[in-house]
Unconditional design. Structure first.
Length: 268
C-alpha cells in the first residue's frame, strides 16, 4: 500500500445516526444502547480523532469523556486522551467507567483477550461495553480474497484478525453478560466491502482508489462540507453504502451470513 496506518485519519466529526449508510448504522446502535444516566464516565477504546465521543457528547453533554489509542490523534481533541502502547495496561483506575465504547477496533488489536480483560477491569460492576466489530472469518467473500492473498486485509485495512462470530461471542461471554446483539454486513454488504478493499491491490487503479478513500473526498471520515458536485467515486461508494445499509436493517436480527457484529455486553 502507498500509505501507512499511522497516517490514516478515521474521523474528526460526530457521525450522523440518521444517515442511511453503515457509519450511521453503527452510530445509531451506540445511541440506542446507551445507558440512561445523565452524566456517565465514558471511555472510547481506540478513540482515533474522537468521532464517537463527540456523538456521545451530543446526547450526554454532562458526560466525562476519555479516549485511548495506540496512536496520537491527527487533530486537536476536546476530551481526555491517553496514548498507550500495544498490549500495555490502560493507565486508568479499576471499576471506574460507566460505559466503554469501541467501534471497528478489536480487529486491529494484537491480542483481543488482553483488550477485553482491560475493558473489563476499568468498567464498574453493571457497566456497559457497546460497539461494533467485523466478523470476517469463515466462509464468504473475505475468505475468497484471502485465499488469493492471505495478507490482503492486513495490507488494505490493517485488520490483523478475521474473527468468526462464534469466536467473538465466546470471548465476550467468558467475561460479560450478553445484553443485546445485532448483525450487519450480510451478502451485499460483505461482498461489496471485501471487493472494495481487495481492489486496492489492483495495479494503478488500486492506488487511485486508496487515495480517494484516505483523502479529503471521502466524506465518511472527513469533516462534512457542502460539495457542489460529488465525484463519481464518492457517488458510487455512497450508493454501495446505501444498499448495504438497507440490507443490514432488514436482516439486523439474522446472524446467518453476517460479517458484522453489533454488541452490548455488561460487566457481571
Amino acid at each position: 500500500m502507498t500509505t501507512s496506518p499511522d497516517a490514516w485519519v478515521y474521523g474528526d466529526f460526530a457521525p450522523d445516526p440518521t444517515s442511511r449508510d453503515l457509519a450511521g448504522l453503527k452510530a445509531r446502535w451506540l445511541l440506542e444502547q446507551m445507558p440512561a444516566m445523565a452524566a456517565p464516565l465514558v471511555l472510547d477504546y481506540g478513540a482515533g480523532e474522537g468521532k464517537h465521543l463527540r456523538l456521545v457528547r451530543k446526547v450526554k453533554p454532562l458526560a466525562r469523556l476519555v479516549g485511548v489509542d495506540i496512536r496520537e490523534a491527527h487533530t486537536a481533541v476536546d476530551f481526555e486522551f491517553h496514548r498507550v502502547a500495544p498490549n500495555a495496561p490502560l493507565p486508568l483506575a479499576d471499576d471506574a467507567y460507566d460505559l466503554v465504547i469501541s467501534c471497528d477496533v478489536l480487529e486491529h488489536v494484537d491480542n483481543i483477550e488482553h483488550s477485553l480483560d482491560e475493558i473489563y477491569r476499568v468498567l464498574r460492576n453493571g457497566g456497559s461495553f457497546i460497539g461494533f466489530v467485523p466478523a470476517e472469518g469463515g466462509f464468504g467473500a473475505y475468505a475468497l480474497f484471502r485465499f488469493l492473498d492471505p495478507n490482503i486485509y492486513r495490507d488494505t485495512k490493517d485488520h490483523g484478525h478475521a474473527y468468526t462470530r462464534r469466536e467473538l461471542l465466546k470471548s465476550f461471554s467468558s467475561r460479560f453478560r450478553i445484553e443485546r446483539l445485532a448483525y450487519s454486513y450480510h451478502l451485499i454488504g460483505a461482498t461489496l466491502d471485501a471487493a472494495f478493499f481487495a481492489s486496492f491491490k489492483i495495479p494503478r487503479f488500486g492506488t487511485r482508489l486508496e487515495k480517494f478513500w484516505r483523502g479529503q473526498e471521502n466524506d465518511f471520515y472527513r469533516t462534512r462540507e457542502p460539495r457542489s458536485k460529488p465525484t463519481v467515486m464518492s457517488r458510487l461508494v455512497r450508493f454501495a453504502n446505501h444498499a448495504a445499509y438497507y440490507e443490514s436493517r432488514l436482516l439486523k436480527n439474522v446472524s446467518l451470513g453476517a460479517k458484522g457484529l453489533h454488541f452490548h455486553v455488561v460487566k457481571r
